[in-house]
Structures are given as C-alpha cells and as structure tokens.
Design a protein around this ligand. Sequence first.
Ligand SMILES: *Cc1c(COP(=O)(O)O)cnc(C)c1O
Length: 431
Amino acid sequence: MIFDDKYLEKIPFITREKAEEIAEKYPTPFYIYDEKGIIDNVETLKDAFSWNKGYKEYFAVKATPNPFLVNLLHEHGCGCDCSSKTELMIAKTLGITGDEIMFSSNDTPVDEFSYCDSLGGIINLDDITQISKVEEACGKLPETMSCRFNPGGVFNISNQIMDTPAEAKYGMTSEQIFTAYRLLKSKGVKKFGIHAFLASNTVTNDYYPKLAKILFKLIVKIKERCGVEISFVNLSGGIGIPYYPYQDPNDIYAISNGVKEAFDNILVPNGLENVSLCTELGRYMLGPYGALVTKAINEKHTHKEYIGVDACAVNLMRPAMYGAYHHISVLGKEDEIAVHKYDITGSLCENNDKFAIDRVLPKIDMGDYLFIHDAGAHGFSMGYNYNGKLKSAEILLKTDGSYELIRRAETPKDYFATFDCFDFYDELIKE
Ligand SMILES: *Cc1c(COP(=O)(O)O)cnc(C)c1O
C-alpha cells in the first residue's frame, strides 16, 4: 500500500466542464456511464477466459437493468443473468433468448419459470422442491437445466472469512444436489449445469479459483455417483471492485489462471475437459464505469460541517444500507488539497442519508459537482421512492466523447402513475 495522496485519488471519467455541459440539458443528479471503460473491461474479461472454449459471461441484469447497457454488453458477447420476470422481459426485448439467458432466481413464482421456458432460457434451480414445479409450469422439464449449490459452513480464503454460506438462503446441500441430478436425468434432462455464489464483492484473486476447485471436485463426484456429466460450471458473480482508492484491483488474468490450474488438475484427468465455464458478473462489469453526479446545494455548520447535495439515498442506497464507501471527487478540484472534513448528505428525513461521513475533501462551494465513484452496478437499480423522491436520469458517455440519454429522470407523473385509475389522478399530475 502506498500512502501517496495522488495514488489514493480516483480519477473521474468526466471533467467539470463536461458535467456542466450535460447538466445544462439534463439537470443533476444524474448517472453517467463510460462506454469505453465498459467495452475495454468486457473485452479483457473475454480475453482472460479465452482458454476455455465455451466461456460466456451472463451479465447480472439486476446490477444495472438498463436496456442500452445490457445491449452494449450483448454486442460484446454477453448474455443475461435474470432473476425476475421484468429482467427476463429486458432480455427478450433486446432479442436475447435461448441459452443466452441464465435464470438464476430463488423463491421463484411458477409463472416466471414458464415465462423463462417460453424464451428458451436456462433455468438454474435454487432448490430441489422446484423440480416438480418447473415440470408443472413448463409441461415438461427443459432439455437443459442447472442446479445451484450451497456447501454450508463458512467460506474462507487464506484463513479470512469471506462469507457464511450456512446462513445463506440460496442453493441446495450436496446430498440434495446428487438427488436432484439423478431425478433430472430420470426425467429426461439432457444437458446439465452447476452454479454457486459463495461470496460477494471479493477483492482478491483467489475467490474464483477456490470456488472453481469446490465445484470441479463436486462435478467429478456427480459423474461418479449419478452418471451425470455436467456441461457447464457457472462461477456466478462475486468478483469485486476496489471501492477504496488504496485497494488493489483484481487481476482478471491471475483469476483466470487460477481457475485454469484447477481445471487442468481436476477436470482434465477425469475426462471432463469439455466443460464450459460461465460467469454472472454484475459489479465487476459495470461498477467502476458508472458514477452518480450531484450538485452541492446547501451547506450547514452545526455540530458538524454538512454539505447537502441534490441526490439522496433514493439515487444510491449503498452507503445508507450497508455503510458502503463510495469515493467522491469534487469535479474541477481534483488537484486541490483535501483539508475540509464533511458529511455529504441527501435530503431524506432519515439520518443515514449520507453519501460520506467525516470525509476529507477539498473545500466545496455551492454549485460544485460531486462525482460519486463506482456506482455503475447495484447503484441506480437499488433505488426507491422514499419521501416521494424521484429517480434520476441515466446518461451514456460514448467512446467519441458525446453523450446520450439512456433513461430520462422520473417525473411526478411516474410517481403517481399507479393512481391512474382514481378520479383525483388528473389533479395530482398537474404540476
Ligand atoms: C447478484 C447476483 C449476481 C451478480 O453479483 P455481483 O456481485 O454483482 O457480481 C450474479 N448471480 C446471481 C444469482 C446474483 O444474485
């Protein structure tokens, strides 16, 4: 770790001038996504896993369910990982169907199974009790099916607890999964996958290799015990991003090499060298390439120094919900020394509506634009409407430097839309 102020700064992908230009047309707050960053990253990911013939990334749509961004990723070879009907609808609308859809849902309403099946998507079963439900919903089981595994216990990487699968609601135990594959085979399923998601936002190159080892060993056992050959191993999501500027980013080539080593050591000697790998990354695909841009509109000097901005937790919930760190740059002041300690707040009547607490930043003047980094995944999509606050626009910064609106901001009309069957509706939406 190098404690050098310069090194610790994250560089925003737009300038103050660009923010001003955009804000003239689309007032703050808004989300902005960096097309070039997204493309470079997805191409690097594919290159890193190119040693595996069938490798495919299924973008976790829940991270950023914007059809323009999902389509951009699809143009670069990604499918969709969906877990709800509306996410499946996004895929369908973009012409992403068949085995380009991975349906990794849980607590699933049966009609979503039949909807997924009607698109030809791959159903990834969260539980053994769902086999009969899928059968009923779809008439018969699809030819391809996947099962989600949960080993229980604690998931460690080099003595560090990464997560506690035993406490997670997802997936089947190993005994259940053996039974499930036998049952699926007896009911005519032809092609099989396996999936597990054991830790979230891992900033270590060891997560996928460790997960791969667990799943590869398991599929050797499945082959021996159930006579079922697994065709694809889905390593799911969980590769993280460095939210803090001092964190070292993951090295996707090191990750891929670690997985390859496990592949060569476990699968190849057991005649499973044709297994395809897939991933369902969300955060890693878009997190660093999206930011929330917001304007300082109020300052308050009481027991602490507060800067009030025009965005709030409705636009980006992670700090309020998880106490998550998001780095903040004051646009145009990147080179100024950070000497002021602020709480950066939104306007919700909720004291946890703070994008940063005791954050040391350059002096913030009213009208300054704050660039809240790493909001490109699980950012906009987690938004809600508390306090009647409205969701922001989303804008794509294109590779040629121009920008395009890819979702307009909500208006009161959107907020009140579900009252449209009542006679006071016309009055409500007048403003
Ligand atoms: C959320 C989720 C993902 C994506 O997770 P990231 O941490 O964003 O990579 C992938 N698969 C499933 C089933 C998920 O629920």
